[in-house]
Design a protein around this ligand. Structure first.
Ligand SMILES: *[C@@H]1O[C@H](CO)[C@@H](O)[C@H](O)[C@H]1NC(C)=O
Ligand SMILES: *[C@@H]1O[C@H](CO)[C@@H](O)[C@H](O)[C@H]1NC(C)=O
Ligand SMILES: *[C@@H]1O[C@H](CO)[C@@H](O)[C@H](O)[C@H]1NC(C)=O
Ligand SMILES: *[C@@H]1O[C@H](CO)[C@@H](O)[C@H](O)[C@H]1NC(C)=O
Ligand SMILES: *[C@@H]1O[C@H](CO)[C@@H](O)[C@H](O)[C@H]1NC(C)=O
Ligand SMILES: *[C@@H]1O[C@H](CO)[C@@H](O)[C@H](O)[C@H]1NC(C)=O
Ligand SMILES: *[C@@H]1O[C@H](CO)[C@@H](O)[C@H](O)[C@H]1NC(C)=O
Length: 331
């Protein structure tokens, strides 16, 4: 689905950081530079944070495989970049908070290569890990479908889909496009005292018009409702996570991904949302290691590490999380 033609109706929600050019949404250089500057300031903290999480996971008690000394070195060389998230609400048409569930495994019955996301959240104001931040994740399955939107055709661009459905005015998170109540590949969990959370899922597939990505939102203020969904009174950062092209090619050659032949996959190089990455600064790319250890086989499963930077000095409040009867609406 083509996100490029879609915008939030409330123009005040769109800052200058997202511009429209010939129908495409792009992240301008200046915005990437802003995130890069924030990330650079916290680079050594982010590097230490990543190394700590990786070292912990690579100990024999945490993982079946034993770790040889040179393999430990491999982990220590890890990146000091941070995916600085933005207060803009680039959450796409498939955000659906009603299907978000607090859990540490959101794969349900979806076939695909197992992916364990090891996510650290860093407060960009202090460069310190941020605890009790709710990290919400959602992505499509191995052949491009989103849960809760199963009936929407993953092989159509969003413009084609809108034309087909006769939709003229779509607002992300407000216009109700959901077709069912399935919840697979949607999940959320708060960060622990060390500022990290873990989510088991599968490597995502692709749909029309977008590079392979995982949506993420981080909430610094939230309440869990009795039915397991979350209400956030305010303050959210939104982002999307990506994977290296080489890794993607390896995974897309495997079943069930390989059967999605009707449309061509959009590469990272042409996706309008990625905005590139910078050495030692901003990067939205997940660092992946095989689950069975360095030198292992990613096709058997992988661990993906990423540090999300929350710009706590610059947060926003998306309209979709607030319902009219919400007791948390006005704090
Ligand atoms: C807040 O973020 C927006 C874009 O994400 C940016 O344009 C703006 O300069 C930021 N404000 C501050 C105070 O950092
Ligand atoms: C959960 O409860 C809230 C508050 O009562 C309600 O608005 C929401 O629709 C419920 N979600 C589901 C999936 O039942
Ligand atoms: C992805 O979800 C759709 C909709 O439920 C389903 O038809 C399809 O089989 C799923 N893909 C795989 C690989 O299971
Ligand atoms: C589009 O939808 C938004 C919110 O759903 C509404 O505020 C706006 O008036 C609508 N615009 C048009 C042209 O219908
Ligand atoms: C989703 O679940 C709600 C409450 O359980 C129900 O009222 C609604 O009809 C369901 N929606 C669909 C599309 O199945
Ligand atoms: C999308 O294309 C795949 C083949 O690549 C096909 O299996 C699937 O049914 C198509 N989806 C729809 C909704 O037609
Ligand atoms: C971050 O890593 C890059 C590449 O390894 C390095 O050049 C840079 O000095 C590091 N920055 C900090 C602050 O550690």
């Amino acid at each position: 689905m083509k996100f490029s033609t879609l915008f939030l109706a409330g123009s005040s929600l769109l800052s200058a950081a997202v511009v429209q050019a010939h129908g495409d949404t792009i992240v301008p250089r200046s915005e990437i530079q802003r995130r890069d500057q924030l990330a650079r300031r916290c680079a050594s903290a982010a590097g230490a944070f990543n190394a700590k999480r990786m070292a912990k996971r690579s100990t024999p008690t945490e993982r079946q495989a034993t770790t040889a000394p040179e393999e430990e070195t491999h982990y220590k060389s890890i990146q000091n970049e941070t995916c600085v998230m933005t207060p803009e609400v680039i959450m796409g048409p498939y955000v659906w908070p009603k299907s978000q569930m607090m859990r540490t495994d959101m794969s349900e019955d979806q076939p695909g290569v197992p992916l364990t996301l090891d996510i650290g959240v860093l407060d960009m104001a202090t460069c310190e890990p941020l605890q009790n931040a709710m990290v919400s994740l959602w992505h499509c399955n191995a052949t491009g479908d989103y849960s809760s939107f199963e009936q929407l055709d993953e092989n159509l661009t969003f413009q084609e889909l809108k034309d087909k459905l006769g939709l003229t005015n779509v607002t992300y998170g407000v216009t109700d496009l959901h077709t069912d109540n399935t919840t697979w590949l949607r999940g959320m969990y708060p960060t622990n005292k060390e500022g990290m959370m873990e989510m088991k899922t599968i490597f995502p597939g692709f749909y029309a018009g977008r590079a392979i990505h995982i949506h993420t939102q981080v909430f610094t203020h939230w309440t869990l409702l009795p039915n397991g969904t979350m209400r956030s009174g305010d303050l959210v950062n939104t982002g999307q996570l990506y994977f290296d092209e080489d890794l993607t090619q390896t995974i897309m050659a495997l079943e069930p991904y390989a059967r999605h032949t009707q449309i061509q996959r959009t590469g990272n190089d042409v996706d309008k949302f990625i905005g590139g990455s910078m050495e030692g600064g901003y990067s939205p790319f997940v660092a992946v290691e095989p689950l069975d250890g360095p030198g292992g086989d990613v096709a058997k499963g992988m661990v993906g590490y990423i540090t999300l930077g929350v710009d706590t000095a610059n947060l926003s409040r998306p309209p979709n999380y607030i319902e009219p009867d919400s007791p948390y609406e006005k704090k």
